[in-house]
Design a protein around this ligand. Structure first.
Ligand code: FAD
Length: 415
């Protein structure tokens, strides 16, 4: 399919940031006939965090399914179904993968052989889950990765037949998927090389609390070791996991959550400047080429509050970078993006669960920590450098506690 007419705004990527750009374009009256979204996915943009949370509830606990969680329901705004895009005059090219960019011609090429001509380009291609090499068994049937709705569907269909599950990685994905897996009453073991879960964020005390809670729900941990090989059984499906510590765990389903890489190859090959593994942008999301912008996971932007460049692979930034970009474009602001990093997670929250866990984190986890509370149920940690607060972690506080901590944080940060 050759598409030769020039499009004013072309957005590559149909994920979280894309949905919020569409929302902002409509709010500003600049969507109709002017915005075209090119997405590798077959469905309209959705709130991706749901894929490792409500999407994975047991089938009798009303799991989330599309169209339930299209953007921007995560912000309490309109649910933008495929019909919404049609009504608003936003063209969405589904199932279309962009494979090349020619900056001098102002064209994108698609994997299927098409050409798309743009006046302004917005890159919001997000990330891809890191795979284990094929030689290690990373592509065997029964081995799953989790990034898109098709991945979640495939995992759910495996779980319907599964009995022994191994989760590789003790980060976000590993923690959320293993919580879901035991909610399905599946024998679940989490394997990771570090000393404790979520080592890049959690303090030893937070990690201990989480690990004990998970164990009480039946999750087993194999810490300080990693995968040597995923081995197939006679059917060709994964049957066991061999660890570097010599142990062997039987498994009919394996989920790999060992990180993600930004989808930037065609854009860097075209000559856009790279930083932090992503695409370099300024405080207004402009890349090194005029008329080309990057937002969400792929953008390496000046993190003003900490005076350094950052790439943030979290949904709050995907949303806020999309909205800030639209505000710059419509001259609502000339300010650079001034972002306070915010991450969160929630587990065991299916209907009827005795107790759920959730945490929220604001800022930067650098310096010394001060910890308050005993997780019964509340807990807070503060990261301090030279007496100034750099980060706040909250566990299971009420909205009031959250509000107070935010005030405290801003008061001290900005003082
Ligand atoms: P994405 O939402 O990943 O969207 C990128 C889109 O681009 C996708 O539609 C993709 O198919 C498309 N695309 C990629 N390459 C091409 C191409 N070449 N051509 C066309 N289209 C392309 N963050 C949190 O803060 N809290 C959470 O609890 C949380 N949970 C998560 C759970 C899961 C399972 C995952 C995968 C992520 C989670 N995240 C969470 C991270 C968060 O979802 C991402 O940071 C956010 O989605 C990034 O938005 P984005 O628009 O930049 O990229």
């Amino acid at each position: 399919a050759h598409m030769n007419e020039n499009k004013e705004f072309v957005l590559v990527g149909g994920g979280n940031a894309a949905g919020y750009v569409a929302h902002a374009f409509v709010e500003n009256g600049i969507a109709d006939g002017r915005l075209c979204i090119v997405s590798k996915e077959k469905v309209a943009p959705y709130e991706r965090p749901a894929l490792s949370k409500a999407y994975l509830f047991p089938l009798d606990k009303s799991p989330a399914r599309l169209p339930g969680f299209h953007t921007c329901v995560g912000s309490g705004w309109e649910r933008q179904t495929p019909d919404w895009y049609k009504e608003k005059g936003i063209e969405v090219l589904y199932d279309t993968s962009v494979s090349g960019l020619d900056i001098s011609l102002g064209t994108l090429s698609t994997k299927a052989g098409g050409t798309i001509k743009y006046s302004n380009l917005i890159i919001a291609t997000g990330s891809t889950a890191t795979r284990l090499p094929e030689a290690v068994g990373g592509s065997l049937p029964g081995v799953h990765y989790l990034r898109e709705v098709e991945d979640a569907d495939s995992l759910v269909s495996s779980w319907q037949e599964a009995s022994k599950v191994v989760v590789i990685g003790g980060g976000y994905i590993g923690m959320e998927v293993s919580a879901a897996s035991v909610s399905w009453k599946l024998d679940t073991t989490v394997v990771f090389p570090e000393k404790y879960v979520m080592p890049r964020l959690f303090t030893p005390a937070i990690a201990h609390h989480y690990e004990e809670f998970y164990k009480s729900r039946g999750v087993k941990f194999e810490k300080g070791t990693s995968v040597k090989k995923l081995v197939a059984g006679t059917s060709g499906r994964v049957a066991r996991v061999e660890l570097t510590n010599g142990k062997v765990i039987d498994a009919d389903t394996v989920i790999v959550g060992v990180g993600a890489k930004p989808n930037v190859i065609p854009f860097l090959q075209a000559g856009l400047k790279s930083l932090e593994g992503g695409i370099q942008v300024d405080g207004q999301f402009r890349t090194s080429a005029p008329g080309i912008f990057a937002i969400g996971d792929v953008a390496a932007f000046p993190l003003k509050i900490y005076g350094r460049t950052a790439r943030v692979e979290h949904v709050d930034h995907a949303r806020k970078s999309a909205l800030h970009f639209a505000n710059v474009l419509t001259h609502k602001t000339t300010d650079p993006y001034d972002y306070l990093p915010f991450f969160y997670s929630r587990v065991f929250e299916y209907p009827g669960s005795e107790r759920k866990l959730w945490w929220q984190f604001y800022g930067d986890n650098v310096g010394d920590t001060v910890e308050i509370g005993d997780f019964n149920p509340k807990y807070a940690a503060f990261w301090l450098v030279s007496g100034r607060i750099k980060g706040v972690f909250l566990e299971s506080g009420s909205p009031e506690v959250k509000f107070l901590c935010c005030c405290f944080f801003f008061g001290l940060c900005l003082s």
